[in-house]
Design a protein around this ligand. Sequence first.
Ligand code: ASP
Ligand code: MG
Length: 402
Amino acid sequence: MLIVKKFGGSSVADKEKIFNVAKRCIEDYQKGNDIVIVLSAMGKTTDHLLEQARDINPKASKREVDMLLTTGEQISVALMAMAINALGVPAVSLNAFQVAMHTTSAYGNARLKRIDTDRIKNELENKRIVIVTGFQGINKYDDYTTLGRGGSDTTAVALAAALHADKCEIYTDVDGVYTADPRIVKNAKKLNEITYGEMLELASLGAGVLHNRSVEMAKKYGVQLVVRSSLNNSEGTVVKEEINMEKMLVSGVASDKNTARIAVIGLEDQPGVAFKLFNHLARHNVNVDIILQSVGRDGTKDISFTVKEDDLDEAVAILERHRATSLKCQKIDVERDVAKVSIVGAGMMTNAGVAAKMFEALYDVGVNIKMISTSEIRVTVLIDEVHVEKAMNAVHDKFLLS
Ligand code: ASP
Ligand code: MG
């Protein structure tokens, strides 16, 4: 069997943890499997490198930042090869150049296009454990690129797809995917299985276990993922297309505090207004999430929407710039202390009343809903940030307490 195993930064943060990972991989190797390991940089290395870059030159070019960041993963793969060698097993570390992992040219946010597999296959044939740098690639200029924060998951899934691996295991410091963040919801439980669609919604809601592009890629290429702990032998959570168990109505609850609301009040009620508003934002790459438009009255209407809190100041500046000319509104209102709470579940598609049940849970604990948005398998509400904990617990327990 060919197994791709990915370990995050916290699983290789020091010597003891590196040897712990090395031993786990050797166990599977000694059962006769081919092993490819993908690693992130040790502990908080990537953050520290970014700080160093900012310290030297806050306007450093993205090319040079990537050149710097890729060193983090190169350290962890080399040390891992040394650890495995020290335990008497042959291993080789490879970076993005040596494998040849080709990406688009966008520094800092590149996408994998193609992975050459010859070198890895040769090394596996020679019975070596192969250890590959996560998060990095090379572009058509032969420069290093990185895949965006958390991108090592995507490297692992892409490698599993390219090598037609039998298994892709993502090791982390939690036991798997939970019904909610256990630090916020005390009754949260580990899920045995979850669909790609549910995992994608949870990952983009900031559930934090998997990079969302890795889930997109796994879905596209049918790579079955297992998310499991590097600290114990528990089974973990399987992420796949169709789950065996009866679909749960709701499989997870997530929240996102990095959210702010902008209300544009007193816009003219005529064609093209929404287009102009969102086009100004889109041109500056400001992503908009939930959108709500009021019913028109007296020839005016209001449009409110949410953005990432990080983008708030920029979004307001853009709107203010166009206020007098193309936007013509009476007022721009901003609310920072809001958060999204969402429920996700593949079973929603075929069951009525899920949203109502969520709203009831919020009513039970006296939480007011400011905005609502839904997809086939998700319901999201916007609430005051101070109520997130209470709301998460109430909603979670309404659907998931058994
Ligand atoms: N080391 C990179 C980061 O910290 C990539 C990863 O961990 O997946 O974002
Ligand atoms: Mg990660």
